[in-house]
Every structure is written in C-alpha cells, then in structure tokens.
Design a protein around this ligand. Sequence first.
Ligand code: NAP
Length: 324
Amino acid sequence: MNGKIYDVAVIGSGPAGLTAAIYTTRGAASTVILAGESWGGQLMLTTQVDNFPGFPDGVMGPSLMEKMKAQAVRFGAEFVPQNVTSVDFSSHPFKLTTTDGTTVEAHTVIVATGAETKWLGVSGEKELIGRGISSCAPCDAPFFKEKEVVVIGGGDSAMEEALVLTKYATKVTIIHRRSEFRASKIMQNKVLNSPKISVIWDSEVVKIVGEQKLEKVIIKNNKTNQETEIKTDGMFVAIGHNPSTQIFKDILNMDEKGYIIPSTKYKVLSTKYSTMTNIEGVFVSGDVHDHTYKQAITAAGYGCMAAMDALNYLVDNKSSKPVV
Ligand code: NAP
C-alpha cells in the first residue's frame, strides 16, 4: 500500500464490495479492498443461502464470501482487513485512513459498507449484549444448548435465527410487534411448523432485566397495553439493519435514515454514472444505499454497476487504463 495511488479503493467486503473488486481488477484497474476487521458482511453471520444463483443445492454464507474474496484476489485485488476510520474526498487523489493510521490514496472510491445490526434501544439492552443478548444465532446458538430463548422480529432474519436456535435450545419464542410476519411464506411455514417454536404476536420488548447476564424481558401487548414478564436465557434481535455510513456524514448525501443517495445529476444526463454520489469519482453500491431489495444478489449487481461506472470514470478522466 505504501505510497501507491490505486485506481480504485473499495470500502467494504460483502457481495457488493467483492463483486465490484472482481470487475475493477478484470478491468485492469489497480484495486485495494478495505475490507473491515470483520470482513464479509452479513452473509458471514448466516447459514445456508438457497437463493443465490449458481448453487442449486444452496451454499453456506461464509463459504460464498470466501469464494468471492478468492475470485477478487485472483485478479490482483489487494485485500486489507482494516476498517476505514475517516475519508478525505476534498481533493484528488482521495485519501482514506484505516484503523492503524495508514493513509490509502485512490483515484476513485466505491462505497460498499453495507449495513449493521439494528438494536431495540430499550433499557438494559446495551449492557447485556454478549451476555445473553445477540444478533447472530449462527454464531451464538451453541451457547444456548438446552436453554430457552426469545427472538425479536418478524422478517426473514428472525425466522432464520429461530430455526437455527431450534438445533440447540429447548424452546424458542418469537416476539413480533404485529399479528402477521413480514417474512417470506416459505420461511414462515418452516417456523410455524416447528414444534419447538411458539409466537407471541402484537408485542414489543419494553425493558430488559439482568445483572451479570440476561434474566428476563418485559413485553407489552400493543393492543391491550398489558405488560408481561418472560424469563429467558437468551434474546436474539433480528429487526433489520441500519446503513453503515457514519464516516461519510456531512460528506456524502444521505437520506433521513442514513442511506447514501446517488447523485440524480447523472441519472438524468446519462445512463453512465448512475452509482456516482455527490462527489465525482465516489460511487456507491449495495445495502448502504438500498432500502428495498437488500439481497446478496442485488448487492452483487450493484457492485458490478459501481465498478463499471468507476472504470468508465477512470477512462473519461484519463487517469487509468481502458475498460475491458
Ligand atoms: P426486515 O425484513 O426489515 O424485517 C424486520 C422485522 O423486524 C419486521 O418484522 C419488523 O416489524 C421488525 N421490527 C423492525 N423494527 C422493530 C422494532 N424497533 N421493534 C420490534 N420489531 C421491529 O429485516 P430482515 O428480516 O433483516 O430482512 C432484511 C432483508 O434480507 C429482507 O429483504 C429479507 O428478505 C432478506 N433476508 C433473506 C433471507 C433469506 O432469504 N434466507 C434471510 C434473511 C434476510 P414489522 O413487520 O412490523 O415492520
């Protein structure tokens, strides 16, 4: 990295970032992936992925990410497992500072920082994360062998967490704030047919209680306002994610929820550069700008788009090699 100015710096190493790097390296652009200390994104925390094309028998999330990483590295991407702590997009080349204080310089940047766990934000939660409270059943379920756990949420993630937990826990209770799940029918059916899983509908956790570890959660029924105490050994929070955009605050345009907004200027003028942000030469891809689809395959698709835009930008600005 020392002293080198890369054609492309990719921030993030989920499906968007790694796909972007596969395309930029194949486009003969020197590429560094600032992957993050916990690289690979959300698929590293999941189990079997059945809907990624090309894997008729499914593929384990971490295995899929290892394959994407290997593919990017095969074409020459440099993989740096460090977080980016700050960015300077005020002049060219762009400057990115990593955890150990290194400055990485690049002509273009692809932001693919994805999204991170959304927590409930109720009293007692923060203190007990890692002490009975988790957001990753594939990582932590074995700690709950022969125990009772609750899962919060009604989307596909909550269904998946609950199903993973049934392999270890004696009883899994899903607590959902409405009277129907948001999850896909196939996942709902698996959950509703599991003898170990029960559901408490129309209820939200309002308080968490525990000294050294989680002891109980207090839930409130949204229809009756009645509060109930549930003793539990574990609580898995699966209520979605927030975009990871803190380091771009006041630099890149974002919406009220913190998702990065691509510049509309280029959408109007040209089909090129639809992933460009308000800073020329900085592109965005994946869940960090996607409210709607949030799938591994769409993130990969966005990664491809951002890479092609970055390659075109390099050619248009004559600072690098031609696009393949
Ligand atoms: P999601 O679909 O946004 O669902 C979040 C769930 O949490 C919703 O049921 C929501 O309730 C609930 N919720 C949100 N904020 C809450 C709060 N403060 N308190 C209580 N409950 C709250 O998120 P996700 O399940 O993480 O899924 C995200 C995307 O990834 C989706 O597109 C999903 O299909 C995909 N995914 C796919 C798979 C798979 O295919 N195997 C696995 C995981 C995720 P409401 O329903 O009332 O809004």
